[in-house]
Ligand binder design. Structure first.
Ligand SMILES: C[S@@+](CC[C@H](N)C(=O)[O-])C[C@H]1O[C@@H](n2cnc3c(N)ncnc32)[C@H](O)[C@@H]1O
Length: 264
């Protein structure tokens, strides 16, 4: 891992560890919710994308799984091996607890910086999934796609639900407004914390967000033997960032779903 990647990812993971107890208190109602064997946390379009892959008996890994609710949702649909990977030790321990509460003790969780994955996981999964709020934590989107691609077997699929790259231009407000160039390449430093639910600001460890344009995302995938099979821009809020824009007259896309297939 380069010094640059190591520096930014350590800062970001420290910041997520710091946020974990706050998220846990917000999420305490989850324990009763995940008891439902049909528990499904996926947004409608991503849910349909997952279903289109006939996931019964397939092996699935979620990269940056946070507290594991999305990979648990996939497991509940009948997937076979399910692994969640996250750099935050705190969130991995929440994910383990929630999967046990959900009576899915076979689920696996790994605490690892995604840029530093052990080789044993390479070429092991039919599906890699990524759900909202991941690309922006990655200082190097090309190397990140390389890791995602390396996890897949030949013909495996990478499924992504993300905040639409156009939102990189916006700042939250009432209403949210355009504040940056779409082509901004400077890391965005923040120390107001990671409370996406209540939007409460706290004096937090600094973290860094990286804007990746649609071109960069698509080219990173192409460079890593991933063939685009599906793309859909979403008009509804998927990431709680600038969510008010869903209801303005001249609304930008707020989310995006993509799927790629690994070619050898
Ligand atoms: C917004 S959350 C993603 C949530 C996801 N949509 C979910 O709930 O399933 C971003 C996650 O990325 C993780 N993360 C950030 N940088 C990482 C890195 N370099 N390696 C592994 N995980 C990382 C954080 O710990 C955090 O849990």
């Amino acid at each position: 891992m380069s010094d640059k990647i190591a520096f930014y990812t350590k800062k970001n993971i420290d910041s997520w560890n710091e946020a974990a107890p706050r998220h846990a208190s917000i999420n305490s109602s989850l324990i009763s919710t995940v008891l439902n064997p049909a528990f499904n946390n996926l947004n409608p379009d991503f849910d349909a994308l997952v279903d289109s892959c006939n996931i019964k008996n397939k092996s699935v890994v979620q990269v940056c799984c946070n507290n594991g609710l999305d990979i648990l949702s996939v497991k509940n649909k009948g997937a076979a091996r399910c692994l969640g990977i996250d750099g935050s030790k705190e969130f991995i321990s929440q994910a383990k607890e929630l999967s046990e509460d959900a009576n899915q003790p076979d689920m696996e969780f790994l605490h690892s910086n995604i840029y530093d994955l052990p080789d044993e996981f390479k070429s092991s999964f039919d599906l890699v999934i990524i759900t909202v709020g991941v690309f922006g934590w990655m200082p190097d989107i090309y190397k990140f796609m390389e890791v995602c691609s390396s996890l897949l077997v030949a013909d495996g699929q990478l499924l992504v639900e993300e905040i639409h790259p156009i939102l990189g231009m916006y700042e939250e407000g009432k209403p949210s407004y355009i504040d940056s160039s779409y082509f901004n390449k400077e890391p965005i430093k923040d120390s107001n914390g990671l409370d996406y639910f209540n939007k409460e600001k706290y004096d937090a460890k600094e973290n860094y967000w990286f804007h990746h344009s649609l071109t960069e995302i698509l080219m990173a995938a192409i460079s890593n033997n991933l063939r685009l099979e599906h793309i859909k821009e979403l008009s509804y809020n998927v990431g709680n960032f600038c969510a008010d824009l869903e209801f303005v007259k001249h609304n930008p896309p707020l989310g995006i779903n993509l799927s790629w297939r690994k070619i050898e």
